[in-house]
Design a protein around this ligand. Structure first.
Ligand SMILES: [Zn+2]
Ligand SMILES: [Zn+2]
Length: 511
């Protein structure tokens, strides 16, 4: 039995950091029955932090209740615990009542907001901390940079990067990993890879970041190469690595390699495939149009596929016109995520593809009657530190006249360059001209037009979209990049597309 508090604390800390909650719980249970317990506040605080970091609020609370002595570390752990479990208000209450907060408590609150997608408040707390003379540490910067990645606010991320460069934190492997991730998520893959290359001794978190970034940007072969390098340097891959690797193979059509990785991950690397890995394989087979194999694979899975897998399969059925399997996937999705209208929309596009307008109408009616709201397509672009958001047909921007003028000009010029609108991408059974008008005013095109008239020529245009970029916009933006001689990067809900001035996309039209 381990009795030395320092060793105990170290062990608990490791379990907390690596998410090995079960092991931590076993140790806690053993401690409870051993002589010499109750533990010191020191050990109890470590246990509490472990439960909080792993998001086990019930255990954290029951331990907290029996702790005879509570100090700043105890309360800070509770801030983390509450914000991990989406109870930001409770976390904030503790934070506000704490006197003598140190940089760890400030960071816990900053991190809480950042992780919950509230980057604005995360920044407010950070500025407040600076004003009160708190010195941020490497964890503070990591949380802030992660927040920038989540909110895809590049300019702010670059500012934190330059602040970090002035400190020794730039040598911290974790800070480097979040920077690699942030630049990747914000679209600048070259900055991302550069930071990775400059990292002195990349850990598995840094490697995971770069493999993930390469996967998101559709650089499948490079992601596979990075993985081999990682293994070659004796850095152990974990389940996160394999998710990225499978996504990379999926997005680049490397089906054979992807299946090899999947089949060998447990045997060769001791990583047991989880739900998400199985789902990646379904996605991979679906994208490649190997729908029969995907169906067979589902039959062999130890558990039911998750929403991501069904959704991806439904998307693949739409692309490859496979109605029966599409209907099955839609049924399953409706069971798992009844409030997700995306399912109905995809299903209706399958029917539209098969020209079954009555079924399209029936699905539409279902959406309307159930009171579900269709998630509107939105695109946004950052220009001069301000994010400009556009919906389809959006006329709310102060520069709308110039934007629409630019769109008309682009429409005419890409037409001359050979663009033919693909009206099959429009679900409604309306006149061809109306379909063309709908396509012309998709949100990503408005965002691209706006960026073209408002951002300096030397800067790449980075547009984000909450839904998948449509086939027609993909074809149009390829030509827009070519005629305007600009690099246009579009991130949709699945991946990045780099449209280069040669008129090609990095995805090679495989997406
Ligand atoms: Zn479109
Ligand atoms: Zn593309």
């Amino acid at each position: 039995m381990l009795k030395e508090p320092t060793i105990l604390a170290l062990l608990i800390q490791t379990y907390g950091r690596s998410g090995k909650l079960q092991k931590g719980k076993q140790l806690h249970a053993r401690l409870l029955t051993s002589a010499g317990w109750p533990a010191t506040t020191f050990v109890a605080n470590h246990l509490l932090s472990m439960y909080s970091k792993c998001g086990d609020l019930p255990h954290a609370l029951s331990l907290f209740d029996v702790m005879p002595h509570r100090n700043l570390i105890t309360w800070t752990a509770m801030i983390t615990g509450y914000s991990k479990c989406d109870s930001l208000a409770a976390a904030r209450m503790i934070f506000d009542e704490l006197s003598d907060k140190d940089e760890v408590s400030w960071t816990a609150m900053i991190d809480g907001y950042a992780k919950n997608g509230d980057f604005e408040n995360s920044l407010v707390v950070f500025r407040d901390a600076i004003q009160r003379g708190i010195r941020p540490n490497e964890f503070t910067f990591s949380s802030l940079i992660k927040g920038c990645a989540g909110g895809t606010v590049l300019e702010q991320g670059i500012q934190f990067h330059s602040q970090v460069i002035k400190t020794s934190f730039i040598l911290d492997a974790f800070v480097c990993a979040v920077l690699v991730d942030m630049y990747g998520k914000c679209g600048l893959i070259s900055s991302s890879t550069q930071i990775f290359e400059e990292t002195q001794s990349p850990t598995n978190i840094t490697w995971n970041s770069i493999v993930g970034v390469l996967a998101q940007h559709g650089c499948g072969q490079k992601a596979v190469e990075a993985f081999h390098q990682m293994v070659g340097r004796h850095v152990e891959p974990n389940h996160v690595t394999f998710v990225s690797l499978l996504v990379a193979c999926s997005h680049s059509g490397l089906v054979k390699q992807g299946l090899q990785f999947f089949n060998s991950m447990q045997e060769k690397f001791g990583v047991e495939p989880r739900d998400e890995h199985y789902s990646c394989v379904i996605d991979m087979l679906g994208r490649a149009g190997r729908l029969g194999e995907a169906e067979e694979f589902i039959g062999r899975m130890p558990a039911e596929p998750n929403a991501f897998a069904w959704c991806s399969l439904l998307g693949a059925c739409r692309t490859h016109g496979h109605k029966a399997l599409g209907e099955l996937a839609a049924e399953k999705l409706m069971e798992i995520e009844p409030e997700n209208t995306g399912t109905h929309v995809l299903l209706s596009t399958i029917y539209a593809g098969a020209r079954q307008w009555e079924d399209v109408k029936a699905v539409r009616r279902l959406i309307r009657d159930s009171g579900m709201k269709k998630l509107p397509g939105m695109s946004w672009v950052e220009v001069e530190k301000k994010t400009h958001v556009f919906a389809a047909d959006d006329c709310s921007h102060p520069r709308k006249d110039e934007i629409y003028e630019k769109m008309e000009e682009l429409w005419a010029r890409i037409g001359e360059a050979g663009y033919v609108p693909y009206t099959g991408a429009v679900v409604s059974n309306v006149e061809e001209r109306e379909k063309e008008r709908i396509l012309k005013h998709h949100s990503e095109r408005i965002a691209v037009a706006f960026a073209l008239i408002s951002s300096p020529v030397e800067k790449p245009i980075i547009v984000m979209k909450n839904l998948r970029v449509c086939v027609d916009c993909h074809a149009a933006i390829k030509l827009i990049a070519k005629i305007e001689k600009r690099t246009i990067i579009v991130r949709d809900n699945a991946r990045f597309h780099h449209f280069l001035d040669a008129g090609e996309c990095s995805c090679g039209d495989y997406w």
